[in-house]
Design a protein. Structure first.
Length: 255
């Protein structure tokens, strides 16, 4: 990675020390072997403005969600669509790790997209290479044009009405190009105590009563869409439980 000086346009107050630290955070991740980056370090450097609660959530998300595992699952040089990107942490980390050719994140929350855009602007002061674009868009308005090598559907379906969950999943699959990947993660619905803690988290943070999607239903929808299950994993972090899937669409990737 080539080091760049801090950009006063993004109100960086930490000077060259900040830049040297960030270089150390991301340098070890420049490998096709999927070596993890320091997610917490990247988050602390990129998310410096906004509310105290908002910064706290971004700085510590990696402690309760498998962000590093998701980053490692994305092949280097991918074009990525992140549906329901929130504050953009996953795409910011993918760009920091040099894994993206291009990346587009969408979310229905204007506040989350503002946070993501500010992080992307700040990221441009630290790296040379592609950085993500972010758009405020609800899935009801349709997904962006084109298809992508990697489509991410991370912690989205439990926010969708049960009657619309299958359609939302199939719409995401339609954006995966032949040979590409659907990277899926959502909260587990068992054991009950973990599911209860997941639900309490969203009641407090998102002020929303979530609707769990049984992972068996997701697997069935994927198979109906012609996807193959490349990876299936349940991950526990503190009291939170996560269901991870890597689905592959048949066909050959374009060169």
């Amino acid at each position: 990675m080539t080091r760049r000086p801090c950009d006063s346009a993004v109100n960086c107050r930490c000077g060259s020390k900040c830049n040297r630290y960030y270089l150390n955070v991301v340098q070890s991740s420049q490998s096709d072997k999927g070596r993890s980056i320091d997610i917490g370090g990247v988050a602390r450097e990129m998310y410096v403005g906004g509310s105290l609660l908002g910064r706290f959530i971004q700085h510590h998300r990696h402690r309760i969600a498998p962000v590093a595992t998701l980053v490692d699952a994305v092949p280097t040089g991918s074009d990525v669509l992140d549906i329901g990107c929130g504050g953009g942490l996953l795409l910011i980390c993918l760009a920091s790790a040099g894994r993206i050719h291009s990346a587009h994140g969408i979310d229905s929350s204007s506040g989350a997209i503002e946070t993501a855009r500010k992080a992307a602007i700040r990221l441009r002061s630290f790296i040379q290479g592609p950085t993500p674009n972010f758009e405020c868009r609800s899935v009801e308005k349709g997904l962006p044009d084109g298809t992508f090598r990697v489509v991410c559907l991370i912690d989205v379906l439990h926010h969708v009405s049960p009657i619309a969950q299958e359609k939302a999943f199939r719409d995401a699959v339609a954006k995966v190009r032949p040979g590409g990947m659907l990277l899926y993660k959502d909260m587990c619905d068992r054991p009950l105590w973990r599911a209860g803690m997941n639900r309490l988290h969203d009641l407090v943070i998102a002020k929303q009563w979530i609707h769990y999607v049984p992972i068996e239903s997701v697997d069935r929808w994927a198979l109906d869409c012609g996807l193959q299950i490349e990876r299936a994993q349940r991950i526990s972090m503190l009291w939170y439980g996560h269901e991870l899937r890597v689905f592959r669409k048949s066909g050959a990737l374009d060169s």
